[in-house]
Design a protein around this ligand. Sequence first.
Ligand SMILES: Cc1cc2nc3c(=O)[nH]c(=O)nc-3n(C[C@H](O)[C@H](O)[C@H](O)COP(=O)(O)OP(=O)(O)OC[C@H]3O[C@@H](n4cnc5c(N)ncnc54)[C@H](O)[C@@H]3O)c2cc1C
Length: 401
Amino acid sequence: MSKTNVVILGAGYAGLRALRSLQSKRLDIDITLVNKNEYHYEATYLHEVASGAHAAERISYPIKDVVTPKRTNFIQDTVVVVNKDEKTVELEKNGTISFDYLILALGFESESFGIKGVDEFGLPMVDIETSKAVDEHLRKQFEKYNETKDESYLSIVVCGAGFTSIEYIGELTLQMPKLVKQYNVPAEKIQITCIEAMSNLLPMFDKELSDYGIEILKKRGVKFFVGTPIKELTADTVIYEEAGELKSVKAKTIVWTTGVRGSSIVERSGFEQRRNRVMVENDLTAPGYPEIFIIGDCSAVMDSKTNRPFPPTAQIALKQGVSAANNLEAKLKGTAIKPFTFTSLGTVCSIGNTEAIGEVMGRNLKGYPASVMKKIIGDRSLMMTGGVGITAKKGRFDFFR
Ligand SMILES: Cc1cc2nc3c(=O)[nH]c(=O)nc-3n(C[C@H](O)[C@H](O)[C@H](O)COP(=O)(O)OP(=O)(O)OC[C@H]3O[C@@H](n4cnc5c(N)ncnc54)[C@H](O)[C@@H]3O)c2cc1C
């Protein structure tokens, strides 16, 4: 009898965690892992690449380092669509592959909310390539300032004041002195503006904590426009609304970090979804498709406390990876599945290297202790996808890094 054919799409937090868990089990399965790149990247550190704080290699490692060739065939390719009824997946270069069980873990994309000009002029930060592009773009603008003396080349607008935006601004403000020196641009003429539609900043934290974080950024010279929804982007202008009036900021660097949705493959494949996230069953399968697990940012799981889906995070993606592997094993063995449950351990937002704010297991943290906790959480995640060897090789036990 041929082995059961398990296909995993996506080698992010959810996909790699599921892979490692399946590889460690004694099951009569063949695993195929499909991922766009030959490397895994830690999406939670993309802002460090976008701000130029660290090279991409620092937050990525080769997928082959976690693949057991005897059990897993890795295909580097881009998924085009899942034919859920035929149980096949179409790939860009390698044609069509079939599956008995599928784990779909294709992650997130930038959300434009249909705002004019975002796709053309907003710089997203959703993978290594786009994050490197943000850094390279900013450096080019500084060079252009020296040629033209046009100050809009020194103006940066960060759209949105969520987690990603704040972490990027935190790191960017720390990198700025180095950039100023390298490109010989006037520090006093550089302007970083953050524009947010909602009226409160970092609402996931107590006000005392969010005020602490925002004050640090203000002291580093960042301007915040709050309760001011963005209406349009052009090549060098961000147009927003304030008290019913349209206003604008000139900027040649416009970073778009207002939010994310799941992979568009979800919608293209005909799954019932909202913002490309499927409300999965309690075993993490898609409704009506007991052989298709959907995990990570492509899935939605209800939080009974808030009656809203849990926010998509690496923390939940990692836990789903293990749960999907266990439930797949249960299905193969005919044993009972375990409903997925999740309790957040907390959240820490970096304000740049040794500054952070966070709430962990009910305790509020700020400053250096919060930044150490952030690094511990990151190292724990890396250990879960890459193992101890990769974590040590990356020099990740240094809390001043
Ligand atoms: C700057 C930033 C900071 C963050 N900070 C935190 C934090 O502090 N804590 C936290 O818990 N979460 C944080 N998040 C959110 C977290 O990164 C995501 O929730 C998490 O990455 C989701 O994991 P995933 O496995 O679903 O997807 P991903 O990590 O996005 O992985 C998806 C994988 O699929 C691959 N892929 C995508 N499309 C295709 C395709 N068509 N074909 C083949 N392969 C494809 C991608 O290349 C990638 O390898 C942060 C996110 C960002 C951007």
